[in-house]
Design a protein around this ligand. Structure first.
Ligand code: AMP
Length: 281
């Protein structure tokens, strides 16, 4: 596996592979890798493309009172994992390499970025869209893999690519969960044993709500109410939001007659977890 923290070196590696006619697949991450990330790599491998995995904890997407400085990091462990998983090149730039000067140019994906996670984390998606756009320009991938764990992020990137005619195919990957249903996240390490047990309520209540929707007759308000009640009754989690929205554009819906996404963010102590489920009707 090739490994570099320099944009210029990565560009040389990629130019060589493109010269050989290889397609390039990008898997952007913030590191502290788990099976969710590995699933993105597996999907990328199936395309036969040359796989570039980036690890960069992007300061631009963290608010002033968020967990940027304590976000978990372990580059050497990550490097071993991705090498075993068959990644071809690991790109782990420093903050100075990505942002040598204060940024004045940003990518903003309007509408989609101010609801759900965007309402609670102002500027978050501007940071995400900007760094992903930078990575797209650095790597110039044919394909890029994003997990549906971050469903809103996936839609935002897809919309950015479409609006700006970026020549990259955005490939979604299903959520990978623990055996008890908790969606894998680098932030799960911050949960106390008690919070870890309680956090199961997120996926449990989403599954229950899915069954109710499939059985028919429920409005989005009723489903949101049920989710809120279940989470507050069975955990000490503090709800940031619980929303049932159109699965394609996150617009508000009243009656569930098209695919919807049930999306939620809940704080357990200082750890904020997100989860979602798409329901086809
Ligand atoms: P992160 O390192 O948390 O920024 O995540 C990097 C990529 O991995 C994003 O596209 C995430 O959506 C994806 N990802 C994170 N956790 C999971 C998971 N449990 N299942 C599937 N994809 C995931």
């Amino acid at each position: 596996m090739k490994r570099t923290s320099l944009i210029s070196e990565l560009r040389e590696i990629i130019a060589q592979e493109k010269g050989r006619g290889r397609q390039i697949a990008l898997v952007p991450t913030m590191g502290y890798l788990h099976r969710g990330h590995l699933s993105l790599i597996e999907q990328a491998k199936q395309t036969g493309a040359f796989i570039v995995l980036s690890i960069f904890v992007n300061p631009l997407q963290f608010g002033p009172n968020e967990d940027y400085s304590r976000y978990p990091r372990d580059l050497e462990r990550d490097a071993r994992l991705v090498e075993e998983a068959g990644v071809d090149a690991l790109f782990h730039p420093t903050t100075e390499e990505m942002y040598p000067r204060p940024m004045v140019t940003y990518v903003e994906v309007g509408q989609l970025d101010s609801m759900l996670c965007g309402a609670n984390r102002p500027g978050h998606f501007r940071g995400v869209a900007t760094v992903v756009s930078k990575l797209f320009h650095i790597v110039q991938p044919d394909l890029a893999f994003f997990g549906q764990k971050d469903y809103q992020q996936y839609l935002i990137i897809q919309r950015m690519v479409s609006d700006l005619n970026l020549p990259v195919k955005v490939c979604p990957v299903s959520i990978v969960r623990e055996e008890d249903g908790l969606a894998l996240s680098s932030r799960n390490v911050f949960l106390t044993p008690e919070q870890r047990m309680e956090a199961v309520i997120l996926s449990k209540s989403l599954n229950e709500a899915e069954r109710l929707i499939q059985a028919g007759g429920q409005s989005t308000r009723e489903i949101e109410k049920l989710l809120r009640e279940r989470i507050t009754r069975e955990s000490q989690g503090v709800i940031d939001y619980v929303e049932v929205r159109d699965a394609e554009d996150l617009s508000e819906v009243t009656d569930i007659i098209r695919p919807v996404v049930m999306a939620l963010a809940v704080r357990f102590g200082s750890t904020r977890l997100i989860d979602n489920k798409v329901v086809e009707v």
